[in-house]
Write a protein that binds this ligand. Structure first.
Ligand code: RIB
Ligand code: CA
Length: 313
């Protein structure tokens, strides 16, 4: 079977980095057509630099990286240095990137890629706020019917929020963008905190990364050692939740996940709950299902795959 062609839209972020490394280590299943950076965990200049660094860490300096939007569609940027550190990639000490950044804006790259490939052949994989995706849909409404699928990390329902009591970070940063994406009619698979909080880097799993003995394995061990602090303190977790890698693992082994096709709406006005993903998990409304909302994952299968693939880099 031909590899799935994807665009990764990202705000690295240590967990974004692991998701990107896994994708670049899996050419049988995934062809990374390009990477677009977005403001989120840290400002755009840093998410862009981090995306370039990650490609070079994977030995894939030929992957086109395009900088996207530097702020949300309708509100001030909120960042997460308290989780990811000042650089967004604290933990390893990676060299500054030398590969070039592409000239074209990330939003235009998304539009042009969708228009220049046959309909239904490009999957969008947003790992941060949905600003670039929504901006592309607003600028070029014709692309919506050309997207094969959107597989995104964002939202929460039973797990509730990680940045407010109601909202998960990616949706909270740009709720207007999330509303546009969830109302686009595109086939959407959602990896919310409900499932990502079950993909935890325990000490044993971290040791397996380090034992690989390669630069990627060591860097991932250092990244997850750093960014687990927030979740340990807040949730008492035994390790860092690998939020964004859930997207990449799904592309390779979807059977590791289970969820429901339900209606998901985004709160965009209430200051109390803005950014909440209101998932009609129990079907109590007549609102049309618009997303497959994941709730569980085979964590051992997840980490076995991830570790095996990191060994390739
Ligand atoms: O809430 C977790 C999400 O926010 C992840 O994508 C993480 O990288 C941050 O962007
Ligand atoms: Ca992210």
């Amino acid at each position: 079977m031909a590899p799935r062609k994807i665009i990764i839209d990202t705000d690295p972020g240590q967990d974004d980095a692991v998701a990107i490394l896994l994708a670049l280590a899996s050419p049988e299943e995934i062809e990374v057509v390009g990477i677009t950076s977005v403001a989120g965990n840290v400002p755009l200049a840093l998410t862009t630099k981090n995306a370039l660094m990650i490609c070079e860490l994977a030995g894939k300096a030929d992957v086109p990286v395009h900088a996207g939007c530097d702020r949300p569609m309708g509100r001030e940027l909120v960042t997460a240095e308290y989780v990811h550190g000042a650089t967004g990639m604290d933990g390893p000490n990676l060299p500054d990137p030398t590969m070039p950044l592409q000239e074209q804006h990330g939003v235009d790259f998304i539009i042009d890629t969708l228009r220049s490939n046959p309909p239904g052949t490009i999957t969008l994989c947003p790992l941060g706020p949905l600003t670039n995706i929504a901006t592309a849909l607003e600028k070029a409404p014709d692309i919506a019917e050309r997207v094969h699928q959107i597989v995104l990390m964002g939202g929460a329902y039973f797990e509730v929020g990680n940045v407010t009591p109601a909202a998960e970070f990616n949706i909270y940063v740009d709720p207007q963008a999330a509303e546009i994406v969830f109302k686009s009619g595109i086939d959407i698979v959602v990896m919310p905190l409900d499932v990502t909080h079950k993909a935890l880097v325990t000490k044993e799993r971290n040791a397996a990364f380090r034992a690989l003995g390669n630069a990627a394995g060591t860097a991932v061990a250092q990244m997850t050692d750093f960014f687990e602090r927030f979740d340990r303190e807040k949730y008492g977790s035994p390790g860092a939740p690998l939020h964004d890698p859930c997207v990449t693992v799904y592309l390779i082994r979807p059977e590791l996940f289970s969820g429901r096709h339900v209606n998901v709406e985004i709160e965009t006005t209430s200051e109390l709950t803005i950014g909440m993903t209101v998932a009609d998990w129990w079907g109590v409304t007549d609102r049309k299902p618009n997303a497959t909302f994941m709730g569980s994952v085979d964590a051992d299968g997840f980490f076995t795959l991830l570790t095996e693939r990191l060994a390739r880099l």
